[in-house]
Structures are given as structure tokens and as C-alpha cells.
Design a protein around this ligand. Structure first.
Ligand SMILES: C[S@@+](CC[C@H](N)C(=O)[O-])C[C@H]1O[C@@H](n2cnc3c(N)ncnc32)[C@H](O)[C@@H]1O
Length: 162
């Protein structure tokens, strides 16, 4: 499953990387650039791997048919969603599966990208506070083993243990 599609760039990259019979449920409550990326996904021969759901993630996590249904979930939505959704997303990934949260070191004062730090108090704490809350939630969740990878603007890997 992939949450936050926007340009379709990560969606296409993931579709290209999985086996031919692999499936991705893509979730985004906005249409994003669907008209731009859908023809590219078709041209790349990846359309058969992808399903589209235009709901907010909260509606998807409530649906019991998705519980334990996914090997891998990639999350690139607003960081308030990451902190609010982690406890339900973990039910959707199977034991031994992985959730990847992208852009997890990001602090953003609406235009200025920087790494979250304790000195981040000035300006709009648009991303900083949600990221710090998210870190606390995943670090204290006994169901997951986590690893923060300093690539790009930060990725947190969560392996579901139980
Ligand atoms: C940073 S963009 C994703 C970029 C994407 N990874 C790419 O390759 O272009 C974040 C996306 O998350 C979507 N989004 C944010 N909160 C959401 C929510 N609660 N439910 C569903 N989609 C959400 C937004 O509509 C937006 O398209």
C-alpha cells in the first residue's frame, strides 16, 4: 500500500520494483496529478499492478478487510497523519512486514527545509512538532523495531514484530 501519491513518482518506482503479479493499493484523498502520471504508468506497463482509492487514510484503516493484508506500506502524507495513523497502520501490515515513513527528518517553515532539532522553536512548527510526536510514538511501540535511515530528508523503517 502507498499513502500520498501526488506526482506518482514513488508509485511508479515501486510498481517497477515489485514482481509482475504484485499489487499496490494507492491512497490519496486528492486527485493530485493523476492525469499526468496515469498515462506514464500505463506506458510503463505497470497499470495492472495499481489500484486507486481516493479516500482519506482514516477510512481505509477502519476497513477490517485490510488488516494484515499488506507486506509493505509506504507513507508520504502530512506528518500529523503519520503520528495519528501509526497505531492503526501497524494493524494493516502483516507480522514481518514493513512500514516506511518518508521525509521524517523534515522540518518546514513553509518553504525552508531543514532537519528537525530542539532549536526549531522559531517560526511555524508546521512539520517539526508532528515529526517529534511521531518519533515518540514509534520509539515506544513494542510491536515494531525501527531504524531511521539518513537518506534524502529521512526515512523511518518499522518492522512489525507481532
Ligand atoms: C508529499 S505528497 C506525496 C508525494 C509522492 N510520494 C510523490 O511521489 O509525488 C503528500 C500527498 O499525501 C496526500 N495526503 C495527505 N494526507 C492524506 C490523508 N489523510 N489521506 C490520504 N491522502 C493524504 C496529499 O493529497 C498529497 O498528494
Amino acid at each position: 500500500m502507498q499513502i500520498g501519491i501526488q506526482s506518482g513518482y514513488v508509485l511508479l518506482s515501486t510498481a517497477l520494483a515489485i514482481p509482475n503479479d504484485g499489487k499496490i493499493l494507492s491512497i490519496d484523498y486528492g486527485l493530485g496529478n493523476y492525469q499526468l502520471y496515469f498515462p506514464i504508468i500505463e506506458k510503463a506497463g505497470m497499470a495492472h499492478k495499481i489500484g486507486y482509492n481516493r479516500s482519506p487514510i482514516s477510512l481505509v484503516t477502519e476497513d477490517e478487510k485490510y488488516h494484515g493484508a499488506f507486506d509493505f506500506i509506504y507513507v508520504d502524507a502530512h506528518k500529523t497523519i503519520c503520528s495519528a495513523s501509526h497505531t492503526t497502520l501497524i494493524d494493516l501490515v502483516r507480522i514481518g512486514g514493513v512500514i516506511v515513513y518518508d521525509k521524517i527528518f523534515l522540518s518546514d517553515t513553509l518553504g525552508t527545509l531543514r532537519i528537525v532539532s530542539d532549536e526549531d522553536a522559531s517560526g511555524t512548527r508546521y512539520y517539526g512538532d508532528p515529526v517529534l510526536l511521531f518519533n515518540e510514538i514509534v520509539a515506544s511501540d513494542p510491536r515494531v523495531e525501527i531504524c531511521q535511515v539518513p537518506v534524502g530528508i529521512g526515512v523511518t523503517l518499522c518492522l512489525r514484530l507481532r
